[in-house]
Design a protein around this ligand. Structure first.
Ligand SMILES: *Cc1c(COP(=O)(O)O)cnc(C)c1O
Length: 834
């Protein structure tokens, strides 16, 4: 039966406050089955979200028709993580109906902000990598480009963090408990994914070796689409997330054998595949479920991608002209082996052609410099889960090593280094090597990071294929991270230079002259103070600490990790505290130190840092001698919606990782975009931020990556040197040997003294502490002169244009994907076209 979908679509397309209200009531009644009297704030949220979604669905279909008509090449962004956060505010803004929604709420006596606050974050990611993917989706849609995210519809997102007695406790984040109104389940596009089983070595009719993958189990992938609306509302792409279900066909066999309970048990195990996001920033070895997750979603994505090509009746030789696939880190790189299996085994494409198609389709982004984060799988595990894919990897490797041997004859060490397999008592599959061998592009995420990849981390691969390597410095979307999150500053900017910056962040340069405009500076600092006042209330509610909004807000918000050096920040705070209580030296300006961040549940040292920060807060906040001078607060449960409240209120942005360890960072960009000054090391994108904002408008300290590398190579760093030489350092570090910050738990932080001195201080805290203290003093001096500070803060905003993810996506589109944006017509015009 064919029904008039267009007629249905027209029914509720309107976007006036009145039409929105009609649609809101429609959903309250017919989607939620509610009487007006019993409507909770969450019900209001659900109904409004559904009303908004209707408008997005119409545009999503129009967008699809536009791409289809143009025969557009499409980009598929494969990522284990999409850290979307909340959607309602963003969707309203991008659709251009925020004011209508607020007006509608007002006429009903409701509060739109309260409704928005009842949305739970979609926390389907750990941190930077997942948030980058989310920013990219916003930019792709805003640029009118056919780009789609593919990932896993985790039932449980990243754990919720609670603090008890200063310690982190993890609680499950059952974010979909009440349903996610944005998502469209598409059971009709389910796909079947085989795994496990064994290989039967057979020959075909012509006597060729023809292995058969037999006895597999089947997982079913159910796509759930979250529409992604670009700014202006003309383009709506989608994020497709797969849930795992058991296969009825497979269960039938057991059902028929009469073991009903066993069949249901099997069903339950299948469904654990999309149950929970692994809560780690970096790789954790040997977890079978994680390997299954990686294969599950990449195989689903490839079925979807290849189905489209087949539907057009085209040869697979056309694949690289029709699609580009970007691998967000190594997690989805099994897609390379899966495409080879599909082409060779299922479509009978000869190996050489299949490999050519594959490498021209895939591109790979590396995200880490930490060697322990390089993903590897034990070969026996890999073989058990994916027996046919292991054979394919063997063949890829055999051919690859032949080429290596041609390039470097008689160099067995090089062969060993570059092989897709790590030999030894426990043979392992190296996912990064697979990703690099199977891709035509390999990119880092900041200039320094790409340089280190080429010259250090994967130097052999760079020498083999120099032209494959390129840099794509990360960016963030200004729609979420300025327009939505900091409406006061956004309005101020627009009042002076217009709103072109919303879709072209380079326009912020037009603000530069306003740095010299006293009235503008005052208005700028007034918005900052309003944001700080709002955050002060939140700090009071969430951390039970009273803070002064006029003090310098020094904010360190990101995952807790030794290399990110929250400990260095802590040591400076201890230094400042001791200066007050022991030397009677008052700091130049009052400060509020704010921390937020989650530690991986199995990362003992990081969890100890959280305890240390909370104890430090308790001691300092309760000491009369520092009253009105220093406050410390740890705000629990860092996530996108909390970041949106912290970032607009920051004066100083802590970006103090050990040089050479942070690939890029994106938190650094968000803070500067909101007029915070960065105190940071020459690491990741901080280097490029300095180039843009100018060295007088950023506070840089510490060793450079090269110096750290030299110390490591020559083993020439001795933390005891600094300890003996610098009394400030000695006094701070000695407190870890006392119970000053752990009166209730004697000896709790002694381990820190030991790691810093006896165990070599792997992250160079002591080496950098003196210059960090001096950098912090400089920050205080600058802040004491509010006018000087305002000038610098304004210039940070004016010069941050480069760090829009729109710029990043344009570079990927031009230099890697070869895709473009499509003329966006207003919905009215499209209707006319019919
Ligand atoms: C931006 C962001 C990150 C990444 O922060 P870095 O400072 O780059 O590590 C992590 N988590 C959330 C919630 C973010 O918004």
């Amino acid at each position: 039966m064919s029904i008039q979908l267009d007629a249905l679509a027209d029914l509720m397309k309107g976007v006036s406050a009145e039409e929105l209200k009609a649609s809101f009531f429609h959903h309250l009644k017919y989607s939620l089955g509610l009487f007006k009297a019993e409507v909770s704030t969450h019900d209001q949220y659900m109904a409004l979200a559904l009303a908004i979604r209707d408008r997005m669905v119409d545009r999503m279909m129009a967008t699809e028709a536009r791409y289809e008509a143009a025969g557009a090449k499409r980009l598929y962004y494969l990522s284990m993580e999409f850290l979307m956060g909340r959607s309602m505010g963003n969707n309203l803004i991008n659709l251009g109906i925020y004011d209508q929604a607020r007006a509608m709420a007002e006429t009903l006596g409701l509060d739109l902000e309260e409704i928005r606050n009842s949305e739970v974050d979609a926390a389907l990611g750990n941190g930077g990598l997942g948030r980058l993917a989310a920013c990219f989706l916003d930019s792709l849609a805003t640029l009118g480009m056919p780009g789609y995210g593919y990932g896993i519809n985790y039932e449980y997102g990243l754990f919720k963090q609670e603090i008890a007695n200063g310690y982190q406790e993890e609680k499950p984040d059952h974010w979909t408990e009440k349903g996610c109104p944005w998502m469209l389940e598409r059971t009709n596009e389910a796909c079947m994914i085989p795994l496990y089983g064994y290989i039967e070595h057979a020959t075909d009719r012509s006597g060729e070796y023809n292995p058969m993958w037999m006895g597999w189990k089947i997982l079913v992938g159910i796509p759930h689409d979250m529409p992604i609306v670009g700014y202006g509302g003309n383009t709506v792409n989608y994020l497709r997330l797969y849930s795992a279900r058991s296969s009825e066909n497979f269960d039938m066999r057991i059902f028929n054998e009469g073991d009903y309970l066993k069949a249901v048990e099997e069903k339950m195990t299948s469904e654990t595949v999309s149950k929970v996001l692994y809560p780690k920033d970096s790789f954790e070895a040997g977890r079978e479920l994680r390997l299954v997750q990686e294969y599950f979603f990449t195989a689903c994505a490839l079925r979807d991608i290849t189905r489209r090509v087949e539907a057009k009746g085209l040869s697979f030789n056309a694949l690289p002209d029709m699609v580009a696939i970007q691998l967000n880190d190594t997690h989805p790189s099994l897609a390379i082996a899966e495409l080879m299996r599909f082409l060779v085994d299922e479509k009978g494409v000869p190996w050489e052609s299949a490999w050519d198609i594959t490498t021209r389709t895939f591109a790979f982004t590396n995200h880490t410099l930490l060697p322990e984060a390089m993903e590897k799988w034990p070969q026996p595990l890999f073989e058990r889960v994916l027996p046919r894919h292991l054979q394919i990897l063997d063949e890829i490797n055999r051919r690859f090593l032949k080429k290596v041997a041609l390039r470097w004859p008689n160099d067995p060490v090089r062969l060993q280094q570059m092989s897709l397999f790590e030999e030894g008592p426990h043979k392992q599959v190296r996912m990064a090597h697979l990703a690099m061998a199977g891709s035509h592009s390999i990119n880092g995420v900041a200039e320094l990071h790409t340089h280190l990849l080429k010259t250090k981390v994967v130097n052999d691969f760079y020498n083999m294929w120099p032209s494959r390597f390129n840099n794509k410095t990360n960016g963030v979307t200004q729609r979420r991270w300025l327009l939505k999150t900091n409406p006061r500053l956004a309005d101020l900017i627009t009042s002076r230079i217009g709103d072109a910056w919303i879709t072209n962040l380079d326009h912020l340069r037009e603000l530069e002259p306003y740095a010299e405009d006293a009235e503008f500076r005052q208005a700028f600092m007034a918005t900052k103070l309003e944001n700080k006042t709002k955050l002060a209330a939140l700090i009071n509610r969430r951390a039970r600490v009273t803070v002064d909004p006029s003090s310098l807000f020094d904010i360190h918000a990101k995952r807790i990790h030794e290399y990110k050096r929250q400990l260095l920040n802590v040591m400076h705070i201890i230094h400042q505290y001791l200066c007050v209580v022991e030397d009677g030296e008052e700091p130049e300006v009052a400060r509020t130190y704010v921390f937020a961040g989650k530690a991986a549940p199995g990362y003992w040292a990081a969890k100890q840092y959280i305890k240390l920060i909370n104890n430090l807060a308790r001691v300092i906040n309760n000491d009369r001698r520092t009253r009105g001078l220093v406050k410390v607060a740890f705000i629990p449960n860092y996530r996108v919606s909390l970041a949106e409240k912290l970032i607009p209120a920051a004066d100083l942005s802590e970006q103090i990782s050990t040089a050479g360890m942070e690939a890029s960072g994106t938190g650094n960009m968000k803070f500067a975009m909101n007029g915070a000054l960065t105190i940071g090391t020459l690491d990741g994108a901080n280097i490029e931020i300095r180039e843009e904002v100018g060295k007088d408008n950023i506070i840089i300290f510490g060793l450079r990556a090269e110096q750290i590398e030299n110390h490591r190579a020559n083993q020439s760093y001795d933390p005891w040197d600094t300890y003996r030489r610098d009394v400030r350092v000695r006094r701070v570090v000695d407190t870890f040997n006392t119970d000053l910050f752990c009166p209730q738990e004697p000896g709790l932080f002694r381990w820190i003294f030991q790691t810093l001195l006896d165990q070599g201080d792997e992250y160079f805290h002591l080496a950098d502490l003196p210059s960090y203290i001096e950098a912090q003093e400089k920050a205080s001096r600058l802040f004491a002169d509010q006018d000087t500070w305002a000038r610098k803060a304004v210039l940070n905003v004016a010069r941050i244009g480069k760090f829009s993810s729109d710029r990043t996506i344009r570079q990927y589109a031009d230099e890697i994907w070869n895709i473009r944006g499509y003329e966006t017509l207003s919905p009215g015009e499209e209707q006319g076209k019919g």
